[in-house]
Write a protein that binds this ligand. Structure first.
Ligand SMILES: Cc1cc2nc3c(=O)[nH]c(=O)nc-3n(C[C@H](O)[C@H](O)[C@H](O)COP(=O)(O)OP(=O)(O)OC[C@H]3O[C@@H](n4cnc5c(N)ncnc54)[C@H](O)[C@@H]3O)c2cc1C
Ligand code: SF4
Length: 538
């Protein structure tokens, strides 16, 4: 049995854990990063839509269950860098209003215990760290920022530019998606990113995506005080007799049990696995699960209401990198509907192979291959509200059960209707006239698919932070109310989910919590020095 002691143990190396490790690395503190996965192998399959989307080569090989006991195979990834290895790298800030209470058609989106201004400097830092390419001031709902993006927005290809122009002519304010890809369009021969069609959902074969492994974990490992252990599944956390301090981190690795000890323990396994870990760590002192006197751990699971919608036209869409355009005009509602609707953007370009995995209803007269060549592939996100009954629990064998009932759907339906209307009002195509779109965008050809429960890409909310220990598990610094040396820095802490992609908020918060932890480590060090000095003087 391996026994080792560290100043900080971080469990999980994704957006939260990886970013935190990067923040703490220069401090000299002994840091251990425990990651259940390995490095994603660099191989041609990284960019194969068949291997990635049809065969699920890199997806977690686990089975969870839903509320009814039906098996589900989660679309999640266990690797160094976590889900950021596969993300589309659209790195948005939540809106300022998302931090306050917001009234939705389906209920209340609760306020956060910190305001936007508290996170703002960390958003800026996270954007710089993750090399976000964007344009300030074009997104009409964008919150104020203290610095410009360091890199110019990724340009639109002609079909996407045409759509952007059409939307602008209709009075909308389309803008460029802020993206974490290392693309240098002014210097293509030097550019690390080659602008390919297999980015969103795929690992980057040339390490040009700003993911947590490339940007944070690998640089952190340059410090001698940082250690990464891969293949290390954390099964349980034990506390001392008082229940106020985690003393032992139990790991299963290569079929054997290992034990690690740290002064501070940070859980960052993703919102579902972090909740599961705390629930698995129930004890006499914490009978409902570690740090769960409030009974909120595992509850309030949110994952956004997401839809992929394909708009077909007679003209092909030859776009390679499609995820450059977004629309937030309806984020907070519209003139006729005073409630939030959400965010319109794109997924990576779909092809026939990808469509064959869980294909939407085929449009009459079209093959999947043809649909893939002629579609614009939209991604629509609306906010789902925190419901205590939407939750992560464990079954008798310790397996994850994800219970979820969709809520707040009306805004999403209206967002889809808005997009449909906008698409029907596109300018006439030079080749086919209005025939290019008309009819093609009638209901039966505007095919769409709601992302199913297994699509847990935007998971958040299961270990919420707050000021009141009766209704939250973490304090505003993301430290457990009930356990002095336990923190959580993945997407679990969100009290509400907003309607933009979550990763930048997780990264910014990890930097914020990192500063808090550095303060704690610093004062501990100076206490130790003072005690030593006192000892010498006596
Ligand atoms: C296909 C896809 C596209 C996406 N696109 C975007 C996008 O464009 N923009 C955006 O903002 N977000 C996007 N996301 C979501 C984004 O990736 C997540 O929000 C983000 O990675 C979550 O960060 P996290 O730290 O909470 O968890 P993760 O990044 O998932 O990290 C958790 C880590 O913990 C490890 N782990 C889990 N359990 C254990 C355990 N018991 N012991 C040890 N280690 C453990 C996991 O292996 C993993 O490495 C996308 C996600 C997917 C899957
Ligand atoms: S080369 Fe660029 S576009 Fe292609 S996967 Fe890598 S970061 Fe994404």
């Amino acid at each position: 049995m391996n026994q080792s002691h560290y100043d900080v143990i971080i469990i999980g190396s994704g957006a939260g854990g990886g970013t935190l490790a990067h923040r703490l690395a220069p401090s000299g503190a002994r840091i251990l990063l425990l990651e259940r996965g390995d490095y994603v192998p660099r191989e041609k399959d990284n960019w194969s839509t068949r291997a990635v989307n049809v065969e699920g080569k890199y997806a977690a090989k686990e089975t969870w269950r839903d509320r009814a006991g039906k098996e589900l195979h989660p679309h999640t990834n266990y690797w160094v860098g976590g889900n950021t290895k596969f993300y589309g790298a659209a790195l948005f800030r939540l809106r300022r209003e998302d931090f306050g209470e917001l009234r939705h058609a389906g209920g209340i989106s609760p306020a956060w215990p910190i305001g936007y201004d508290e996170l703002e400097p960390y958003y800026t830092e996270a954007e710089h760290l993750y090399q976000v390419h964007g344009e300030r001031g074009a997104d009409p709902t964008e919150p104020p920022a203290s610095a410009p993006y360091r890199y110019p927005a990724v340009s639109h290809e002609p079909r996407i530019q045409q759509l952007s122009d059409d939307w602008a002519q209709l009075g909308c304010r389309p803008f460029h998606v802020p993206l974490g890809v290392m693309l240098d369009e002014r210097n293509p021969r030097q550019s690390r990113c080659i602008r390919c069609e297999t980015c969103d959902g795929h690992p980057c074969l040339v390490s040009a995506k700003s993911d947590a492994q490339v940007i944070c974990v690998d640089p952190a490992l340059q410090y001698p005080n940082v250690t990464l252990v891969t293949g290390a599944y954390v099964s349980r956390l034990d506390t001392d007799a008082s229940g106020r301090e985690v003393t032992t981190v139990h790991v299963t690795r290569n079929g054997a049990e290992e034990v690690y000890r740290g002064d501070l323990v940070v859980v960052s396994c993703g919102a579902i696995n972090s909740a599961a870990l705390l629930l698995r760590s129930a004890s006499d002192r914490h009978p409902r699960g570690l740090a769960n006197g409030s009974d909120v751990v595992g509850r309030h699971y949110m994952g956004h209401i997401n839809s992929v919608l394909m708009a077909l036209s007679k003209c092909p869409n030859p776009t390679v990198f499609q995820k450059t355009l977004a629309l937030n005009d309806f984020y907070f509602g519209s003139e006729e509907w005073p409630h939030p609707m959400g965010h319109i953007s794109f997924v990576g370009k779909l092809d026939g192979v990808t469509l064959s995995a869980g294909a939407p209803a085929i449009a009459p007269g079209w093959t999947l291959e043809l649909m893939g060549r002629h579609s614009l592939d939209f991604w629509l996100t609306s906010e789902d509200l925190p419901d205590p009954e939407n939750r992560v629990t464990l079954d008798r064998d310790g397996r994850i059960v994800l219970s979820y009932r969709l809520n707040n759907e009306e805004g999403h339906r209206r967002l889809i209707a808005k997009l449909e209307t906008l698409m029907q009002r596109q300018r006439a195509c030079a080749v086919h006239g209005h025939e290019c779109h008309q009819g093609l965008f009638s209901r039966n050809l505007f095919v769409g698919q709601r992302i199913p429960l297994a699509g847990v890409a935007h998971q958040n909310g299961t270990i919420r932070f707050g000021r009141d220990s009766r209704s939250s598990a973490l304090d505003p610094n993301c430290r457990a109310h009930e356990v002095d040396n336990l923190y959580v820095v993945d997407g679990s802490f969100f009290p509400s989910s907003g309607a933009v992609n979550p990763a930048l908020t997780i990264m910014a918060n990890a930097l914020r919590v990192g500063d808090h932890i550095l303060g704690r480590l610093g004062s501990r060090r100076s206490d130790a020095v003072a005690t030593a000095a006192l000892g010498a003087a006596v």
